[in-house]
Every structure is written in structure tokens, then in C-alpha cells.
Design a protein around this ligand. Structure first.
Ligand code: MG
Ligand code: ZN
Length: 220
């Protein structure tokens, strides 16, 4: 019984996700689902991307958090459309399900948005289980989280098309082996595109921007 219930929830989610995908295709909007642990640097990555690509692309953000609008307020300073979803009123869900994203999309003028980031709730587990109609999933893993994470949380790395390894400026202070980390990630997902960057120092961003340009050109 329990197994069937979970399956039904995921199927219902996927139906909504398909509707979202069609809607985004019609407006020509590329939606990127940004996932990763709390504190991995998702908001900083999005902020740096707005700084680097915001002049040439019309960017919007959906911010998913259990509580607060701290991240949304930080990104709204760039004068772009930002919509906050707080999951606490709905039981504090630790991921964004497709219906919540669909509801947030109603607040956007999609015809004037080329690139839409969804910052998922900070969590390395269940956000990867829920399709939201995105063009691509991206996992942000900060270097201090360690090189074993792709093996311990394989679904996240298998579902993602790209992995951003953030905070690489901390490398000299910690024991994470970058070669081992990228090797473990490719064991789980051989096709994963990997980027190493430091939002704080502004290094490694160009390759990430080029990857996004490729996704934009192919419209997903
Ligand atoms: Mg954040
Ligand atoms: Zn969850």
C-alpha cells in the first residue's frame, strides 16, 4: 500500500511537470533546477551568473526555502523578477514539487524571461526525485562537503546534467581530493559536465557561463 502511494505521488507530480515543460517551451524559457546541500553556494552561484549574464539575458529566479525570504531578497537587489516559495505552510517540505513551481510560474511574465533559475530547497536527497519541468538539473557541491558525496547520494548526481564544485578557493585548507571527487561523480554519471569555481574569488565562472549558453542555444 505504502509503495503504491509513493508511486502515485510521483506520477501526479510528473503530469504537472510535463505541463510546465510545455508552457516553458512555448515561451522559449530555459529553466534550470539548481540543487545541493544547505550552504553549498547555490544562491552565490545564481548571483554571480546574474552579474555575468544578466546584461545579455533576461533572467528570473524562483527561490525555494522552508522558511524566510533571505535568498530572494539578496537576488532581488539585481532588479530581476524573483518569486519566493516557502514550503513551511505546506508541512515544511524538503524539496520543491512541480505544483509549487507551477504556482510560482503564474507570477512570471514568461514571454520576457529567457533563463529561469529554480533554487531548490537545500537538500542532497529528495529534490532529485521530483521533476519540475526543467531543461536541466544542476547540482552544486562545495569542496568542503567531501569527495565521497556522489557515492553516498548517487541519485542527485545521476539525475544532474552538470555539477558545479564551489568554494574551490578553500582547497588549501581542507582534505577533499578534487580528482577523487570528479572520479566518483563520473562513476555515478559518466556524462556529467563538471565545473570548478569560486564565486567569492570570481574564478572558473566563464566555463559555467559557456555551458549555460549552450543549453540556451539548444533550448534545453
Ligand atoms: Mg540559498
Ligand atoms: Zn523532500
Amino acid at each position: 500500500m505504502d509503495i503504491k502511494l509513493v508511486k502515485d505521488i510521483l506520477e501526479a507530480n510528473d503530469v504537472v511537470a510535463r505541463g510546465i515543460r510545455e508552457k516553458l517551451e512555448q515561451s522559449g524559457t530555459v529553466m534550470i533546477n539548481v540543487m545541493g546541500s544547505p550552504g553549498s553556494g547555490k544562491t552565490s552561484l545564481i548571483a554571480k551568473t546574474i552579474e555575468g549574464m544578466g546584461e545579455t539575458h533576461r533572467i528570473g529566479v524562483i527561490e525555494g526555502d522552508i522558511c524566510t525570504s533571505i535568498d530572494a531578497e539578496r537576488l532581488a537587489r539585481y532588479h530581476i523578477p524573483v518569486v519566493q516559495i516557502n514550503t513551511e505552510p505546506f508541512g515544511g517540505e524538503c524539496h520543491l514539487p512541480a505544483p509549487a513551481v507551477g504556482k510560482a510560474l503564474e507570477s512570471f511574465d514568461l514571454s520576457s524571461c529567457d533563463l529561469l533559475f529554480v533554487e531548490n530547497v537545500g537538500n542532497l536527497v529528495c529534490p532529485a526525485e521530483f521533476e519540475i519541468g526543467e531543461a536541466a538539473k544542476v547540482v552544486v557541491l562545495s569542496l568542503p562537503e567531501g569527495d565521497d558525496k556522489p557515492l553516498k547520494y548517487p541519485l542527485m548526481f545521476r539525475e544532474s546534467r552538470a555539477m558545479v564544485i564551489s568554494k574551490i578557493d578553500l582547497g588549501p585548507h581542507i582534505d577533499t581530493n578534487i580528482g577523487k571527487l570528479t572520479g566518483n561523480a563520473h562513476l555515478v554519471n559518466p556524462g556529467l559536465d563538471i565545473f570548478l569555481l569560486s564565486a567569492r574569488e570570481g574564478t572558473g565562472l566563464e566555463a559555467w557561463f559557456a555551458w549555460l549558453e549552450g543549453v540556451l542555444r539548444s533550448k534545453g
